[in-house]
Design a protein around this ligand. Structure first.
Ligand code: PMP
Length: 368
């Protein structure tokens, strides 16, 4: 039995090797994974406390409407209750949007390279995918507008963009929204929102009234440190959110995830601290790259894409042997770059030292 023909062109998501397996294979005591943009500082104690409280309710289905976190988050964001949709990670909200809007007669526009799940889910729905190359790591918004036609249903903005870390400033975002037809959905994926420091980063929520075709995606997986629990959300006009609700599974976010998110939302100082330490970590990488003349993209997220002046896989393997797992740019559309999640201070210093010795091996090879 063959599945839908679209599935034949796709491969399942390939997660990095589990840390335990790499340890065993390489005989290493310590492995640091800086590959999936997770929060190296864990999550808030308030989230952990809520999880423990919830353990006595595991026999009961979760609240399918996520009423408590919905109420709290809507107050926090200044939107109404019916403007939110929760997903099993923001990944699932991407899937719901694609299920709701895309079909073989439609197309969808996105940057390339960008977060691969937009393309993946669009292909499953049989939609045509229109990929517009980044320019210097930035979305080419003019070209994206030009790619829109009568069959376009969704345009994806990844802000900050994964894997480059670049952001779309407010002026460009607004100019873009003005040009997009009102019957085309614009999804602003802001998975790294809490890390952004740029003062001209758009407060997209404030544009929801002007642009009812805008949907914003955020998550508890990154700065909130709850990646394991899978909870993310979409924010949009109530009419859009209500119209996509039927495409959501009834109990798609767990009790534990909802409880943890409620606790996490209360801990502003945890987020501030993580943001601050992330910035300091980024600065260390910038300093190193500047000193070594390595190309990199300034990042508003918790990762950096930097050039290793050689095949990305060779740098990846070198770092792996030293106990550091990063993402090779080969799989991300940047064959001479690696994407490194910003870790704790000691980890950042150590991986930078390893990168330094890796670069020295390249010089040695040239001289041989
Ligand atoms: N969007 C972007 C840009 C991401 O990088 C990620 C995680 N890698 C996600 C969405 C999905 O995150 P989650 O499903 O954990 O909320």
């Amino acid at each position: 039995m063959q599945p839908k023909k679209q599935l034949l062109s796709l491969t399942p998501y390939k997660p990095g090797k589990p840390v335990e397996e790499v340890k065993r294979e390489l005989g290493l005591e310590k492995i640091v994974k800086l590959a999936s943009n997770e929060n190296p500082y864990g999550c808030s104690q308030l989230a952990k406390d809520k999880i423990v409280e919830e353990l006595s309710n595991l026999n009961v289905y979760p609240d399918g409407y996520s009423a408590e976190i919905r109420e709290k988050l809507s107050r926090f964001l200044g939107v109404s209750n019916d403007q939110l949709i929760f997903g099993n990670g923001s990944d699932e909200v991407v899937q719901i949007l694609c299920r709701a809007y895309l079909s073989p007669e439609t197309n969808t526009v996105m940057a390339a390279p960008t977060f691969p799940q937009y393309r993946h889910n669009a292909v499953i729905e049989g939609a045509e995918v229109r990929e517009i190359q980044l320019v210097n790591g930035h979305h080419d918004l003019d070209a994206m507008v030009e790619a829109i036609d009568k069959q376009t249903r969704i345009v994806w903005l990844c802000n900050p963009n994964n894997p480059t870390g670049n952001y779309i400033p407010e002026g460009e975002f607004v100019a873009f929204m003005k040009k997009v037809p009102r019957d085309v959905l614009v999804v602003s994926d802001e998975a790294y929102f809490e890390y952004v420091a740029a003062s001209d980063y758009p407060n997209t929520i404030s544009y929801l009234n002007d642009y009812p075709n805008l949907v914003i995606l955020r998550t508890f997986s990154k700065a909130h440190g709850l990646a394991a629990l899978r909870i993310g959300y979409g924010i949009g006009s109530s009419s859009i959110i209500q119209s996509i609700e039927p495409a959501r599974e009834p109990f798609n976010t767990s009790r534990i995830a909802q409880a943890a998110a409620i606790g996490a939302l209360d801990d502003h100082s945890f987020i501030e601290e993580c943001k601050q330490k992330n910035r300091e970590g980024l600065e260390l990488f910038y300093e190193f790259c500047d000193k070594k003349g390595l190309l990199y993209y300034p990042s508003e997220a918790n990762f950096i894409l930097l050039d290793v002046q050689s095949d990305a896989d060779s740098a990846f393997n070198y770092l792996l042997k030293k106990g550091y797992i990063v993402r090779s740019g080969n799989a991300l559309g940047f064959p001479t770059m690696i994407r490194v999640t910003i870790g704790e201070e000691e980890q950042n210093k150590e991986i930078i030292a390893h990168l330094d010795s890796y670069l020295a091996t390249l010089v040695q090879k040239v001289n041989e």
